[in-house]
Design a protein around this ligand. Structure first.
Ligand code: AMP
Length: 270
């Protein structure tokens, strides 16, 4: 496994690679990341994993500083998996040169997390575009856990580059909680509560399958979830997976939730 610390290392290492698979991450690797990496190892000739905690996608310095970091453990996982390259760039390397025209979301894209985390996806698209430009992968593996991120990155990147975004299913633990690096910031009781939220929504989705008054049922469920599991819900919405417009039936649609459990913000979709 080659560790690449800057653009020069990267250019030298990748000069003769074909069918390159890329898995962008912010580290603190878990089974969710591992499933993406395994997919890349299976379908591509070479696999590169980046670990870069992108400062521009955080809404506050505090949130950025609090984000879990486990570089030593991450590298040992990647080495065991026989990943070909790990890219560990620094901020200066990623963010030069300065972008002339800033990334701007369209009005209709300012929904779900984009509505509540101003500037977040602009930061995500910016870094994804920069990484794609220097890595030039054939495929980029991304998780449905962050569905809106996957949706927006696919739209922006595939329009400009030849790289294809491959969507990968959400990996959950045995209690149905979606794996996330942020879970490391929760204690045991909070993790159990978050898992119960997931199970409740999975059952709710089955129940509303043939119902007509889904909007009303969702309003009631949103209140119930908040009260029962002591969570602060930012949004709980049913949207179709093609264009993320509101939906009133579960066909081609997903339930999207973002909530705070104590001070930690979690997102999921079902
Ligand atoms: P992150 O390190 O949180 O930026 O995530 C890096 C990639 O892993 C993103 O494409 C995420 O969507 C994906 N990912 C994170 N958690 C999961 C999960 N539980 N299942 C599948 N993919 C995931």
């Amino acid at each position: 496994m080659k560790i690449l610390l800057n653009k020069d290392d990267l250019n030298e290492a990748l000069s003769n690679t074909s069918k390159l698979g890329f898995v962008p991450t912010m580290g603190s690797l878990h089974e969710g990341h591992i499933s993406l990496i395994n997919k890349s190892l299976k379908y591509c000739n070479k696999t590169i994993v980046s670990i870069f905690i992108n400062p521009t996608q955080f809404n506050s310095r505090k949130d950025f500083n609090k984000y879990p970091r486990n570089y030593k453990k991450d590298l040992s996982i990647l080495r065991k998996m026989k990943v070909d390259y790990v890219f560990l760039p620094n901020k200066k390397d990623v963010y030069s040169p300065i972008r002339k025209i800033p990334i701007k979301l369209k009005k209709q894209e300012k929904i779900l997390c984009a509505k509540y985390r101003k500037g977040h996806f602009e930061g995500v698209i910016d870094v994804m575009e920069r990484l794609t430009k220097i890595i030039r992968p054939e495929k980029i593996f991304m998780g449905e856990k962050d569905f809106q991120q996957l949706f927006l990155v696919k739209k922006y990147i595939e329009k400009k580059y030849r790289s294809k975004i491959v969507s990968c299913r959400t990996v959950r633990n045995s209690k149905k909680l979606a794996l996330s690096s942020r879970n490391k910031l929760l204690n045991g009781k909070e993790l159990n509560r978050a898992a119960k939220v997931a199970i409740d929504i999975i059952n709710f989705k089955k129940k509303i399958k043939n119902q007509k008054n889904i909007k009303r049922l969702m309003e009631i469920k949103k209140k119930q979830l908040g009260k029962l599991y002591r969570i602060n819900i930012e949004y709980f919405e049913l949207r179709n997976t093609i264009n993320l417009n509101f939906s009133n039936g579960i066909k081609n649609s997903k339930l999207f939730i973002a909530y705070y459990i104590n001070k930690i913000r979690l997102i999921d979709n079902f």
